[in-house]
Ligand binder design. Sequence first.
Ligand code: SF4
Length: 304
Amino acid sequence: MPVRLPVVGSPSRTETACRCYRRHYLQDVIQYELYRSPALSFGTVMHEGVGVFWQMGGPQAGLMSYAAGLEAMTDEWKRLLPDGAKHTLESATKMYEAYTANAVLAGPFPGDYTPFLIEKRNELEFGGRILSYKVDRAVENQDDGSLVILDLKTASKINDKWHGNFNRTLQMKLYKYAMMFQYERDVQVCIEGLSKDPRPKFEYHICPQWDHDTLLEAFHEWERHAIMDEEFIQMAFDRSTEEGREVWDCAEEIGVLDTPFNYGDCYSYFIECPFYRLCTAPPSMRHLLLKADYTRVESDLDNG
Ligand code: SF4
């Protein structure tokens, strides 16, 4: 989401904003990065292959869908070239094989289902702000019309902690809220977990049946952060007019100096936040550091 209005916010960006608003602003609003995360690129590669696999008919279509997905995944790999020892084309292929050998159209839900959405981005407008969400796959129950969202997550390990995270995930609550609002159906959410090498593991996790108030609470988090984005973007426009400076220049300065931050999240998942050296530099140095050490990426919305 570049510096423009109306604000477009996604479930995954809201999740980042809840952890540390400054990180969200730097990476999602003014779109800076220190390096391209190999894990993120690796996830994109898997999504590409799996998306084509389902678009071509999934397990029912046999070798045709398998081969088409593998080709799409390999092409995406060549485009993004995720770096790092853990992220090789061979390991991606093993994961793709584990996925296609185990995944079922409606996951663990019994009954007669047909595809409803595959790799589809939807947008909803609330109060002049856009909630944009991308569904990996949604299937429709042929008896009662209810929907199941199936969302692929690649992970280093699938264990109790991994399962526990998805019982309270804000991202999935927002998917469910948006789908229920848009299609006026019952919606269930299921995660497809696919772990990395050496032996890829595939497991489902059915998210809890969150009640309406819980979903509304998640929606309010999205709204609260969309309003904050809007206010900071407006502040950049106003400052630019008053001081006769470029909007981008003002937006960057606001990002490194004025946005709320959370030092408690700097080492989440034991990985240092890419903006750590920026956030801990003296305030007078930060804007220069941002321009010198970080790269702006004009990215589309992420998978969320
Ligand atoms: S370094 Fe810490 S405070 Fe700064 S953006 Fe990252 S998580 Fe937020």
